[in-house]
Design a protein around this ligand. Structure first.
Ligand SMILES: Nc1ncnc2c1ncn2[C@@H]1O[C@H](COP(=O)(O)OP(=O)(O)O)[C@@H](O)[C@H]1O
Ligand SMILES: [Mg+2]
Length: 260
């Protein structure tokens, strides 16, 4: 998907200023940057949820011209925080991802999606009685259910738009969810994920767009943008990347971080 000249105004403030962005199918594209830099706002614009200046195209079509159901079959969105006020069971939440197809198909996909996120035994539990990390994975299962096949029958890629998909998860489940995202991309789908953790970003992202103050301040493969000068400027603290000896994946040790 492609975004050109995106400007978004929320209330009186212009939150995004002339953002250009490309995400390719087959790749995991990370959106990183400090709190308040516009990551969620940009992902919501990509999702078609916000009025925006500029043009966003999804599989070659302007999202402003797509109907909600046309968007819903091509991309699924995991919001940063999803509240549910009703006493749904886990499987009922996951079935929401099926939308209008729910009555036509059995529970095959929702059940497989729950297993995929490591919640196979949770189908009949009450959603409200799960831990925050479990709830986050229930929503991921719902989103996976919506766009279960990474590529549609006609060859059109589908998209996962994920806002901080691992923010409530322990390290094992962080790796599990990032592997799900990577596998989706490797199978031909597109993934755009807002990420706070730069080490996971370096491990899993094919490309990363670093936001600062409503603009993309740096963009490229992790190895190109995770450099001391770039990160220190964007995050306002001294960050010294190192590299793992074999894979040359950059990593940051928290001990090396200091307020600038
Ligand atoms: N509804 C709103 N009205 C006015 N400003 C908002 C609104 N929502 C978010 N903002 C502001 O927009 C900026 C970007 O927010 P957001 O995209 O959520 O940041 P991030 O996800 O990078 O932490 C922040 O300064 C935030 O305060
Ligand atoms: Mg956010």
């Amino acid at each position: 998907m492609r975004a050109a000249g995106i400007c978004v105004r929320l209330g009186r403030t212009e939150v995004l200023h002339d953002v250009d962005f490309i995400a390719r199918p087959g790749q995991l594209t990370a959106i990183a940057g400090p709190n308040g830099s516009g990551k969620t706002t940009f992902l919501r614009a990509l999702s078609g949820e916000l009025r925006h200046g500029g043009t966003i195209t999804l599989n070659g079509r302007d999202i402003a011209s797509l109907r909600p159901w046309e968007l819903a079959v091509e991309r699924a969105v995991l919001p940063q925080a999803a509240q549910l006020a009703f006493p749904f069971t886990v499987i009922e939440v996951v079935r929401l991802g099926q939308g209008a197809r729910a009555c036509a198909t059995a529970d095959e996909v929702p059940v497989a999606a729950l297993a995929r996120v490591g919640l196979a035994g949770f189908a009949d539990r009450f959603y409200a009685e799960l831990s925050g990390g479990e709830q986050q994975r229930v929503h991921l299962a719902r989103v996976l259910t919506q766009v279960w096949q990474p590529v549609a029958a006609g060859g059109t890629p589908r998209w996962l738009l994920l806002d901080e998909p691992v923010s409530s998860l322990d390290i094992g489940h962080q790796l599990q969810v990032m592997e799900i995202a990577r596998a989706y991309a490797r199978a031909g789908g597109g993934v755009v994920a807002v990420m706070l953790d730069l080490n996971l970003t370096a491990m899993f992202a094919d490309r990363v767009a670093l936001f600062k103050s409503g603009r993309i301040a740096a963009e490229g493969p992790p190895r190109a943008v995770m450099r001391e000068a770039v990160l220190s400027r964007i995050y306002g603290c001294t960050l010294r990347p190192n590299e793992t000896p074999q894979a040359a994946i950059p990593y940051l040790l928290p001990q090396a971080a200091a307020r600038a």
